[in-house]
Ligand binder design. Structure first.
Ligand code: SF4
Length: 125
């Protein structure tokens, strides 16, 4: 058995949870303020995931970047690679809110969508 420490990222409180684990089995937990902390540690031990938020370039828009997010959490080990893939994406204005940027990102089954609209910039006369 070993003692491990986790910071729960389920809500902004960010409880520090100390867990006794044996392999991937959770034996005991302390420090969580609610039951979701236990579920978080169990997921961290078996299949950790993270939400991804970043920005993507926009050509011809009123803003040069649009914020994007994963529609669902990604497997933790894929977050860095999906973020790198998104750095290669260029959208053309106008961009709609909730517009699909990347479907099935790197085979994860997760869709990346915009979180706001970016209108087309007016042409200079
Ligand atoms: S244990 Fe509960 S209160 Fe603490 S960070 Fe996780 S979800 Fe928030």
């Amino acid at each position: 058995m070993e003692e491990r420490e986790f910071i729960c990222v389920t809500c902004p409180v960010g409880c520090t949870i100390r867990a006794t684990v044996e392999g991937s089995a959770l034996v005991a937990v302390r420090g969580q303020a609610c039951r979701r902390g236990i579920a978080f540690v169990q997921e961290e031990l078996t299949a950790p995931t993270r939400a991804l938020t970043t920005t993507v370039r926009v050509d011809g828009g009123t803003l040069p970047l649009v914020p994007v997010r994963s529609a669902e959490p990604l497997p933790k080990g894929m977050v860095r690679d999906v973020a790198a893939r998104l750095r290669t994406v260029r959208l053309s204005a106008p961009v709609a809110a909730q517009q699909v940027v990347l479907e099935n990102a790197l085979g994860s089954g997760v869709t990346i969508v915009t979180t706001r609209a970016v209108p087309r910039a007016k042409e200079a006369c």
